[in-house]
Design a binder for this molecule. Sequence first.
Ligand code: GDP
Length: 445
Amino acid sequence: MFENLSERLSGVFDRLTKAGALSEDDVKTALREVRVALLEADVSLPVARNFIKAVEKKATGAAVTKSVTPGQQVVKIVHDELIAVLAGEGEPGALKIDNPPAPILMVGLQGGGKTTTTAKLAKRLKEREGKKVLMASLDVNRPAAMEQLAILGTQIGVDTLPIVKGEDPVAIAKRAKTQAGLGGYDVYMLDTAGRLSIDEELMAQVEAVRDVANPRETLLVVDGLTGQDAVHTAQNFDERIGITGVCLTRMDGDGRGGAALSMRAVTGKPIKFVGLGEKMEALETFEPDRIAGRILGMGDIVALVEKAQEVLEAEQAERMMKRFTKGQFNMNDMRMQLEQMLKMGGMEGIMGMMPGMGKMAKQAQAAGMDDKVLTRQIALIQSMTKKERANPQLLQASRKKRIAAGAGQEVSDLNKLLKMHRQMADMMKKMGKMGKGGMMKQAMK
Ligand code: GDP
């Protein structure tokens, strides 16, 4: 579905990964080409621009991982940024359909694939989630559309609301709701009418249906081949109706794929599903990492860089452990530990993972060691000079005063930190002697 974009990008990166050491210019040139490739794929200009900016920033600040080339590193950064641009919150394709019967409103322009997608999704909910689904067509202007949904329903074994001639969309929506309640359905799907373009009458109708149905999900179905038009359609529907997600259809075609990349960034709404053909099975959840992988087509390099980063982290942890067991535990180490603790849910979190540290955890709690305290301690360490951090024994009265003042705290606060530092250094040494390095490593991950 992203063949063209993917080909362009892999061309750019092939050249980049083959080069030995990369200069800043190499990266700049490559990113310029990436930008052109994105624009050619019909990604909107601001999205392409922000994308490049983000990659550039990360590429400049990236820690160099040994055993991968800088070019490979850039590929990984682009890959991660693609995921960031594509991703919404939560599980891919997750729908809020707990309280039965949950209404799903399907909206979109005519010919976008709304009816097909309604049936595909119903089939999926039935087969993968064991839901009992009722579908109803609200397209009163096109009897053929109502018939089409009924036929699809029979084909996939999902019930459709019987057609009553002359009923208006709001009345049909109400009947669907009643029927869904009486029939013990988990979900009912309302397939609204589409028009060739957005018009007032259509919007007013969909709005009226929305107000009676109070949908848990409002999914816009748009043709992915229409590129930025698809994104504009989504913006329009979202402003007027409020959508919760997008289904991009015809992603099996050799479209330029730009709609997928711009959708989330421009509308703020996640793509939940992609249509990949006319068959009822041809619906996939939209998984940002898989899509990013397909766009780049460089999964091997991404995996390689990930692996190298893991190895690097493991080596760092190992080196640190070795130093700790020799009694070398300076303020830089302390700071890293405090930062880790913050990340891992505070003192209690980390101590809980280290057997034998229960007592210290209790003391820490008694001393009011919450996240705020950790942050204040980190500030104290930041207030030290490089030399002081490496050799905490240098800290005599005048230095202490300066450090405390620099962090806006009292000398007594600093003394508490130093006491804790000594306790931790002792503990590390003892643990090392006990040969329990493995535990510490685990706790630091
Ligand atoms: P609606 O007017 O929005 O309800 O559109 P339909 O559901 O009737 O779909 C219009 C046409 O697009 C039909 O021929 C569908 O089979 C086709 N279609 C829908 N989704 C896809 C898709 O993901 N890929 C392809 N290739 N065709 C699709």
